[in-house]
Design a protein around this ligand. Structure first.
Ligand SMILES: [Cu+2]
Length: 100
């Protein structure tokens, strides 16, 4: 489990998956996507830095905004804002469940 997520927002049929990280206190916080999809993360700033906590592989190549997460592996990725969350994502966190 990451960020307290026990259920996930199903985005597996979305043509484009965009997350405004500055709203990650609320929703969406728990996402389900397919490995073939790309996630664009906006809202990253000095106030809300974007860090990876866990996942099948290291996905963050940039901390600018927007950041694109692509070539995802099946599994669970966890991201968080170090200013507003511990690395477990229970504060300002984002869990991404990747399915085939
Ligand atoms: Cu923050």
């Amino acid at each position: 489990m990451y960020a307290g997520c026990t259920a996930f927002d199903d985005r597996t049929n979305d043509a484009a998956v965009t997350v405004d990280f500055s709203t990650a206190f609320g929703s969406p916080k728990c996402l389900r996507v397919r490995a073939s999809q790309t996630i664009s993360v906006t809202g990253i700033s000095g106030f809300h830095p974007f860090r990876q906590s866990c996942g099948p592989d290291q996905k963050l190549t940039s901390t600018s905004s927007p950041t694109t997460l692509s070539s995802l592996a099946v599994g669970l990725y966890g991201f968080y804002c170090p200013n507003h969350s511990g690395s477990d994502g229970t504060g300002m966190g984002l869990a991404v469940q990747v399915v085939q």
